[in-house]
Design a protein around this ligand. Structure first.
Ligand code: FES
Ligand code: CO
Length: 324
């Protein structure tokens, strides 16, 4: 397992809710292979390893609320205790050591989250999902050969919108970024509204300014809200990243709209995929792969305030995975 105490004590996204139906699935999270399964009580995450002969439990099935090993059909209940061994002669006790290691696992915001340390902290608050006026669309998974902090920082980067996403999220004539503040208020770290001139932000074909507010929720979970002042509408995109191992990550998102977009969920996802595909080669080729937390390394501009705030946040928390 990739050790990082801060992350081990956090909830890290494992997969989408819809990925876990009747069959268990394998998810690699921070180098640990997990078997994630669903029974009548909810979702559960085990180390993907049967203590009998090391088979991957994720290849098994769920029967009578138990996870059944694919190799010799030992049955584990959702606490990880082995409750049936078909090979044992009748009357023989199940060995005490017959257990699967289980981790804390919850389902929230259309995603499944794992907490390795078992401290089960409160999960961050994502308001659009608790608000009926929003339509929410789950986006991802998108695998990236990069460490999470580079992916997260790219999402918080205002300056690249009119370059990497020119024609979609910015225009070449409006690359200048006006100065803005980043505020730290208790647990919340967020930017002012930043004016961004976009070619067609509301589908009417007319270019205009929209206003982005960025927010840091957790080391690998951030969001921005786009406000269209004319139409009085809000769109929030939350990005959360699963580290697979030291090299690769998987990005997931929640796209939330408090207005009728006129688009199908498929079209919304496709647009986001296209935007992400523009960022991917940039992020996969940044050096060093680790996000430098020493502010003397790399050269920041005033418009990079949000990135700087993110680096300081990781530094203060003591996050190590993917930082240098
Ligand atoms: Fe799992 Fe034998 S390896 S029951
Ligand atoms: Co981008």
């Amino acid at each position: 397992m990739v050790e990082d105490q801060v992350l081990l004590e956090d909830w890290i996204v494992a997969c989408r809710s819809e990925d876990v139906q009747e069959k268990p699935i394998q998810v690699v999270l921070m180098g640990e292979r997990l078997a994630i399964f669903r029974n009548s009580k909810g979702v559960h995450a085990f180390k993907d390893l049967c203590i009998h002969r090391g088979a991957a439990l994720s290849l098994g099935e769920v029967k009578n609320d138990c996870l059944v090993c694919p190799y010799h059909a030992w049955e584990y209940d959702d606490s990880g205790a082995c409750v049936h061994i078909p090979q044992l002669p009748e009357g023989r006790a199940i060995p005490k050591k017959a257990k699967a290691s289980s981790y804390s696992c919850i389902e929230k915001y259309g995603l499944i989250w794992v907490n390795f340390a078992g401290n089960e902290p409160e999960i961050f608050d994502y308001k659009p999902m608790a608000d009926n006026s929003y339509h929410n669309v789950i986006w991802g998974p998108q695998e990236v050969v990069a460490k999470p902090p580079r992916i997260i920082e790219n999402f918080l980067d205002v300056g690249h919108l009119a370059v990497v996403h020119v024609g979609a999220l910015g225009t070449e004539t409006h690359r200048e970024v006006m100065d803005y503040k980043v505020t730290k208020d208790g647990d919340r770290i967020f930017s002012d509204e930043i004016a961004i001139f976009q070619p067609d932000p509301d589908g009417s074909g007319i270019p205009k300014y929209v206003y982005y507010t960025y927010e840091i929720h957790r080391p690998f979970t951030v969001s921005f809200t786009k406000r269209d002042k004319e139409n009085d509408t809000l769109m929030t995109i939350l990005l959360t990243v699963r580290p697979i191992d030291g090299e690769r990550s998987v990005a997931y998102g929640i796209l939330s709209f408090n207005y009728e977009t006129g688009l199908s969920d498929e079209a919304i996802i496709k647009f986001q995929d296209e935007i992400f595909a523009q960022d991917k080669p940039i992020v996969e080729n940044q050096k060093p792969e680790e996000l430098p937390l020493d502010l003397q390394v790399e050269l920041s501009l005033v418009c990079d305030r949000m990135s700087i705030a993110y680096r300081q946040y990781l530094k203060e928390l003591g996050v190590e995975l993917g930082t240098a």
